[in-house]
Design a protein around this ligand. Sequence first.
Ligand code: TYD
Ligand code: MG
Length: 456
Amino acid sequence: MARGRPVFVCQACGAVHNRWSGKCDACGAWNSIVEEASSAPLPGGTSARALGRGRVVALESLSGSADEAPRLVSGMAELDRVTGGGFVFGSVLLLGGDPGIGKSTLLIQASAMLARSGHRVVYVSGEEAAAQVRLRAQRLGLGDAPVALAAETCVEDILATLKQSEPPRFVVIDSIQTLWTAQVESAPGTVTQVRASAQAMIRYAKTTGACIVLVGHVTKDGQIAGPRVVEHMVDAVLSFEGDSGRDFRILRAQKNRFGPTDEIGVFAMTGDGLEEVHNPSALFLGDREPDAPGTAVLAGLEGSRPLLVEIQALVVPSTLGTPRRAVVGWEGSRLAMVLAVLEARCGVRLGSHDVHLAVAGGLRVQEPAADLAVAAALVSSLLGSPLPLDAVFFGEIGLTGAVRPVAHPGPRLREAARLGFKRAALPPAAAEAAEEAGLTALSVPTLDALVARLAA
Ligand code: TYD
Ligand code: MG
């Protein structure tokens, strides 16, 4: 292919098309195809074999195991938990999140911690001038940390900067969307540029053993090349979530070649930067109202960490032909299932009611163990009778109405006991664990049993 011949690239998924069209056949996105100049092919004959790079090593000859992958520990416990115990040398991590959520703040703080403990750290900012980054660091009380700052966007310049002195151990690129490489002709921010730039940084990490964090803005409409195409290339993808109206932030691993993907890190955004929240249950249960019908506390689990959150439901007679079902922080399809089981197995009629369900504090709950807490909140709202303040709920509801056991009841119950709860409504199999944790077990073998108890 001659250099410069235009190709049409979907900015959402990176698929290449021969001609422009309104819809990408590969991912179904509308209006996402943009004309880009194709990159030049590698000069003929420079295959890996020709360069003598095709080399194999015996697996058993490699020292250490995956468990002992050498890691760079940041010292921020909430961050290290999500990376699986620190950044792995020679790996590339993508940190995604909405603009303004606090990605730069988090990484400046991590950079400062690492630099203070003697690692060479380079923070490359393509969005802010070095002086602005320094100003922010000073405001966070990190002005004295020996972090090397660079304001560059050209990949070749960045690599030259990194090679100038002693090789860094930790490099932050803020953000991947601002990078461009002279190797391809497309405009910065397009899929082709983002991919080529990310590839160059990944190659750098693999050859030098540095840990690289790429920041990626997630855009709602996907018009600007999202970091989606980069996700497949990097070793780990973390997302930083939260809504800007609230001050807490959740760091979550979506992909991690070197660690679990179900751990979360919790931070609070304060005037002095991000603060680690070591006791998130207390935060999420912060402002509970006594005597409010329709709220139930879920003794949940995020990764290995127990997390107590309040589930809120509001059930009101509907004025609409098709009643409204609104869910925030949980799956809509799961709510539909719980409603169907309540109707079919327990005779609770909600067909002419609007149902609103929310996880308090803006947290997103994914586990099926929340079913029982959701059902309890729904029934409590429908009956207008508050649930006891000292009770927690967990259990998965099957289509037959049976309450099924969930994983790791012990940590959930111990966390509930620690926070002063006295009773737990749970699947019978977990009753023993409740007694061990010092809680009174309210065994609910079926959803019907729970409804009968609440209606009594
Ligand atoms: P930032 O890290 O720049 O977000 P991102 O890099 O993800 O775009 O964070 C910006 C927001 O954080 C901004 O709205 C102000 C707020 N903030 C604080 O509340 N306290 C602080 O100490 C800092 C540095 C930022
Ligand atoms: Mg930023």
